[in-house]
Design a protein around this ligand. Structure first.
Ligand SMILES: Nc1ncnc2c1ncn2[C@@H]1O[C@H](COP(=O)(O)OP(=O)(O)OP(=O)(O)O)[C@@H](O)[C@H]1O
Ligand SMILES: [Mg+2]
Length: 141
C-alpha cells in the first residue's frame, strides 16, 4: 500500500478541553506514525493562508477568529493511505452527523468547533504541512 503523509491539527476547542492526548492516541493506536509535532498560536496571516479556499464563504470570518483564539497542536502523520485513514478517524465536518467512534462523533456537536483539522487530499496535505513545518522538523523513521 502507498505510504502517505498527512497534516492534522488539534483546534483551540480540542486543546482547551484537554483532548490532545486522546486525539494523538487514536491516530497512534490505528497504526499511524507521528513524524512531526508542535504547539503554536496561529497568526491571522497564517490562518488566512491555510483557509484561503474558503475566503468569501459565510463561515470564513468566524472560522479564522476561532482558529486564532487559542493554541493549536500541529502534526504530520505517516502511514498507508494516511490521508483517507485520518479523515475516517476524524469523521464528518458536521460533528452531529459524524459517526460515533470517530473523533468528531465522540467529542463534538458543532460544525465549526469540531476538535481537529485533517487534510482532504495529498495535494492539500503537502501544501498545508509546508505552511507549518520545515523539512528538518519532519522526522524520518
Ligand atoms: N457551514 C459551516 N459553518 C461553520 N463552520 C464551518 C462550516 N463549514 C466548515 N466550517 C469550518 O471550516 C472548517 C473547514 O471546512 P472544510 O469544508 O474544509 O471541512 P473539513 O475538511 O471537514 O474540516 P477541516 O478542513 O477542518 O479538516 C471546518 O472544519 C469547520 O471548522
Ligand atoms: Mg478541509
Amino acid at each position: 500500500m502507498e505510504i502517505e503523509r498527512t497534516f492534522v491539527y488539534i483546534k483551540p476547542d480540542g486543546v482547551k478541553r484537554r483532548l490532545i492526548g486522546e486525539v494523538i492516541s487514536r491516530f497512534e493506536k490505528k497504526g499511524l506514525n507521528l513524524i512531526g509535532l508542535k504547539m503554536i498560536r496561529m497568526s491571522r496571516k497564517t490562518a488566512e493562508e491555510l483557509y484561503k479556499e474558503h475566503i468569501g464563504k459565510d463561515f470564513y470570518e468566524p472560522l479564522v477568529k476561532f482558529i486564532t483564539s487559542g493554541p493549536v497542536v500541529l502534526m504530520v502523520l505517516e502511514g498507508p493511505r494516511a490521508v483517507e485513514a485520518v479523515r475516517q478517524i476524524v469523521g464528518d465536518t458536521d460533528a452531529v452527523k459524524a459517526i460515533p467512534g470517530s473523533i468528531r462523533g465522540d467529542f463534538a456537536l458543532s460544525v465549526r468547533e469540531n476538535v481537529v483539522h485533517a487534510s482532504d487530499s495529498l495535494e492539500s496535505a503537502e501544501r498545508e504541512m509546508r505552511i507549518f513545518f520545515e523539512d528538518d522538523e519532519i522526522i524520518q523513521n
